[in-house]
Design a protein around this ligand. Sequence first.
Ligand code: HEC
Length: 228
Amino acid sequence: MKKILNTVTATLVGTVISFNVFAVASVELDQANTDITDKKSLQNGARLFMNYCAGCHSIKFMRYNRIGKDLDIADEDIEKNFIFGNEKIGSPITSAMSVEGAAKWFGTTPPDLSLVSRSKGVDWIYTYLRGFYKDEERIFGVNNHVLENASMPDVLWSLKQNKSSEAFDQDVRDITNFLDYVGEPAKLIRTELGYKVLGFLFILFILSYLLKKEYWKDVKYGKWRAKD
Ligand code: HEC
């Protein structure tokens, strides 16, 4: 029995290790260091996303008004700065680009980014967006270190102008942070709620302990003892 268990454990450990080896890409990823509790960063990220990314990418699991509610942006601001077509404030955030157009221009459809932070991770997105380099062989004149032969142009090049590299990195961090939030909006609530629940359990523990002491006060050595 022990032998079988050992074999099973060894196989499982082996599988996990080999998956990890597989997961480590050939490029080294920079740390995104995003902070989902930073509202300013999320607001800036949302604004940048709408201006630089939403033309091609949808985030169709997210609605405009949910962003407004979660990130404290007024409905009028959302309508003025976030919605470019004739979409309603309660609509999911789709892209204006047609599938046929995308296929013609890029050879592929820009994927929906609702869950990209879950599938690729924030470090990947952060490094990818900063990883464009000149390559005249490609149609848009750029290639990418992280996603070799990516058919996405370097859309942030204009943002990079007249900016220190720290300021640019912060902007990219904000966009990445925003995509992290989009991937799991409940993260904003659940981490905060987690602390409250732990606090509640702690207080409950103290009360239960005092109650237990009270109940057991009259019992000594496991035997009932009359009150003194
Ligand atoms: C001009 C259209 C266009 C714009 C604007 C654009 N992208 Fe892209 N993006 C693409 C295309 C096309 C791909 C597919 C690349 C490929 O697979 O070769 C892509 C791929 C991606 C991917 C990889 C997704 C995956 O799962 O492989 C991410 C992440 C991404 N874009 C993020 C962004 C962000 C963030 C912005 C805004 C700063 C942005 N994109 C702006 C066209 C665009």
